[in-house]
Design a protein around this ligand. Structure first.
Ligand code: SF4
Ligand code: SF4
Length: 129
């Protein structure tokens, strides 16, 4: 198995989604609120993962513009769930680069009154695995 194939398998395992099921229908991109700010679009995430090109996906603007709103997950007719794929890709690259997770005790210092609740939900999704 090549490194790219191993990474693709890891992303599938972390996300619980199968990128090979993507049929490029574009429904995810059509529902994504961050579409205009992404250089790689949600309907392209699966292709990058299948190609083992995680570096470019994670280095892209898309990886950090995704808000984990999960609109794409609601719309995807094939259960590919691109928001989860990009989240898993980001997580895998962080692990491979030796990055650490945020500790729960660090969270209160980062909270502000006007912080959107969605951000907290996204952070929990991201850091609990
Ligand atoms: S909605 Fe699902 S099947 Fe359609 S392009 Fe997006 S990820 Fe692929
Ligand atoms: S989860 Fe990310 S990729 Fe999916 S619709 Fe929301 S912002 Fe877009």
């Amino acid at each position: 198995m090549t490194r790219g194939e191993q990474q693709a398998a890891m992303v599938a395992e972390i996300s619980g989604c199968d990128p090979f099921k993507c049929m490029k229908c574009g429904k995810c991109s059509a529902s994504c609120p961050a579409y205009d700010q992404m250089d790689i679009k949600p309907h392209q995430f699966a292709s990058y993962i299948i190609a083992g090109d995680l570096e470019n996906l994670v280095e892209s603007k898309a990886a950090f513009k995704c808000m984990s709103c999960f609109a794409c997950i609601e719309r995807c007719p094939r259960g590919v769930e691109p928001g989860k794929l990009v989240d898993a890709a980001r997580q895998l690259m962080t692990r491979e680069r030796g990055g650490d997770y945020m500790q729960p005790e660090e969270v209160p210092e980062l909270l502000a009154e006007d912080l959107p609740q969605q951000l907290l939900v996204s952070a929990f999704r991201r850091y609990r695995r």
